[in-house]
Design a protein around this ligand. Structure first.
Ligand SMILES: [Zn+2]
Length: 208
């Protein structure tokens, strides 16, 4: 009985990158977990393997879709390191404020998918959100595919690479950031690679 709400709680807290969402999740029916337990759960989170596997088994539309570049899990393991596999293929989340590109603000260049190298975001899509993960207000046209993720009783918008289906993160809307779209693509650094020259990003060849 307790297990679903426990995993839901941990997943909510750990996956969401904004304080508002955290507050909402805390006030939404998780009152059975005492504050002291919350602290323990959060602290030990990244190293609890069974929780990690729970995340990986969330049923998401993106897992049922096919993408231009498709590989088996075994094939992906040969090209991705352990952490890249956990995040890109098992929809994991890196710890906030630790990612390579969290505080990375180049004046030009392109961020590509760490799995297949397809260009995803330009340097000038990136903005300072303070959320602890790289934030972009828009992507290159068609580069990112959105899915409504209703697992665990929440409604979120997951974003994946349109070329390989690799998990990038989530999109949040209407938070009031002074950007052209008022959207925040909250992306794991581990899902990305940066190229300071746009032509250096191989991918589909064209980074426009
Ligand atoms: Zn990709």
């Amino acid at each position: 009985m307790r297990f679903p709400s426990f995993s839901n709680f941990v997943r909510t807290l750990y996956t969401f990158g904004n304080a508002t969402a955290r507050l909402q999740s805390l006030s939404r029916g998780n009152s059975s977990i005492a504050p002291v337990h919350r602290a323990i759960i959060l602290k030990s989170m990244p190293s609890i393997p069974f929780l990690g596997s729970l995340f990986g088994t969330s049923t998401s539309a993106s897992q049922k879709m096919s993408f231009p570049e498709s590989k088996s899990d075994d094939e992906w393991r040969t090209v991705l390191n352990k952490e890249q596999f956990r995040i890109l293929r098992e929809k994991g989340t890196e710890a906030p404020f630790t990612g390579k590109y969290d505080k990375h603000y180049p004046s030009e260049g392109v961020y590509t998918c760490a799995g297949c190298n397809a260009p995803l975001y330009k340097a000038n899509h990136k903005f300072k959100s303070g959320c602890g993960w790289p934030a972009y207000f828009d992507s290159l046209p068609g580069a990112v595919t959105r899915h409504t993720d209703r697992t665990f009783g929440m409604e979120r918008t997951e974003i994946v690479c349109s070329n390989c289906g690799g998990h990038l993160g989530h999109v949040f809307k209407g938070e009031g950031y002074p950007t052209p779209t008022d959207e925040r693509h909250c992306v794991n650094s581990i899902s990305l690679k940066f190229h300071d020259k746009e032509d250096a990003a191989a991918g589909n060849g064209e980074a426009k």
